[in-house]
Design a protein around this ligand. Structure first.
Ligand code: BJW
Length: 259
């Protein structure tokens, strides 16, 4: 296919999608680390991904935390410092605009960075928790399920539970841990929609990746936006291969253009 043919196919797909989005449809969106890449937040997988330097089992499991809480906390403290100096990018902002404009809109994010909320998206479902929340490692009876703590940098590492003074842990979901029951229920319910986007996710971590399959089974028109192909690429109805911020901006331009 020539470059001109590729460009014209992309243009046609963007126009068709914008037409669909203009109708009063129920839109659900699943985002992953790729949406925050343009904000300078490293993804997990891929050439520059965090898992190139670190092993997930050394940092993102409860066993790893219990073995070396200082190491795990240093990693999270480093990520918090990176996130706090980053800004939401155009991709986050376009989605925030849609969340205001579209009546039935739901955004589920696997990201713990909080950039969707900082862009102004309301009611974000945080599938894997938040890096800005802490929990008591021992779930002491005095402590709430989690509490907000955006101190950067921490006064000391590891931070402690203010209720029992034992260890605190990041309020995120690690491998081998179950997704919060209510979060999973809301997310599954959001797959009952007309259009489902999977944006910037490698679509290999379950149960998040399974939401794409579930949406398809529920009859949604499914769309992937990713710089690379993923296991979801063959499943979805339409795949855009490019940076999320650019593709979302191109869709938004068509949506706001006078008909
Ligand atoms: C762009 C872009 C641009 C780049 N524009 N795109 C064996 C042992 C234990 C568990 C399991 C096991 N086998 C299977 C499991 C289950 C496991 C799992 O799925 N593992 C697979 C990896 C095999 N899942 C779980 O354990 C989950 N819980 C569970 O299943 O409970 C039941 C259970 C209980 C007991 C035992 C077993 C099961 C929990 C999963 C928790 C995942 N946690 C993390 C860390 C969160 C906290 C933190 O941030 O520190 O979540 S891991 C990491 O992966 C993080 C992410 O949310 C998640 C998904 O990653 P994501 O977002 O897709 O990012 P990447 O980096 O993978 O991809 C980025 C994509 O963007 C790429 O495709 C790029 O191409 C693209 N991109 N730039 C657009 N500009």
């Amino acid at each position: 296919m020539s470059l001109r043919e590729v460009t014209s196919e992309l243009d046609g797909n963007l126009n068709r999608l914008a037409e669909k989005l203009r109708s009063n449809l129920r839109i659900s969106i699943l985002t992953g680390a790729g949406i925050s890449a343009a904000s300078g937040i490293p993804t997990f997988r891929g050439q520059e991904g965090l898992w190139k330097k670190y092993r997930p089992e050394d940092l993102a499991t409860l066993d790893a935390f219990d073995t070396n809480p200082v190491l795990v906390w240093k990693w999270y403290a480093w990520r918090r410092e990176r996130i706090v100096t980053s800004q939401p990018n155009r991709g986050h902002h376009v989605l925030a605009t849609w969340s205001e404009r579209i009546n039935s809109f739901c955004l589920i994010t696997q990201n713990v960075d909080g950039l969707h909320e900082r862009a102004g998206t309301h009611g974000v479902i945080r599938f894997h928790g938040s890096i800005w929340e802490l929990q008591c490692r021992n779930k002491c009876p005095e402590s709430p399920d989690s509490w907000w703590d955006d101190t950067v940098p921490f006064r000391s590492i590891p931070p402690t539970c203010p209720y029992c003074h034992g260890l605190a842990r990041p309020g995120v979901t690690w491998f081998g841990e179950s997704i919060d029951h209510e979060i999973l229920r809301q997310s599954l319910s959001a797959t009952d929609c007309d259009i489902f986007f999977a944006i910037g996710t490698s679509a290999i971590v379950n149960p998040a990746a399974n939401l794409i399959r579930q949406a398809k089974q529920n009859g949604a028109f499914t769309i992937e936006i990713n710089v690379d192909a993923t296991p979801a690429s063959d499943l979805v109805d339409l795949a855009f291969h490019g940076p999320a911020a650019t593709i979302l901006e191109q869709i938004e331009q068509r949506l706001t253009r006078c008909p």
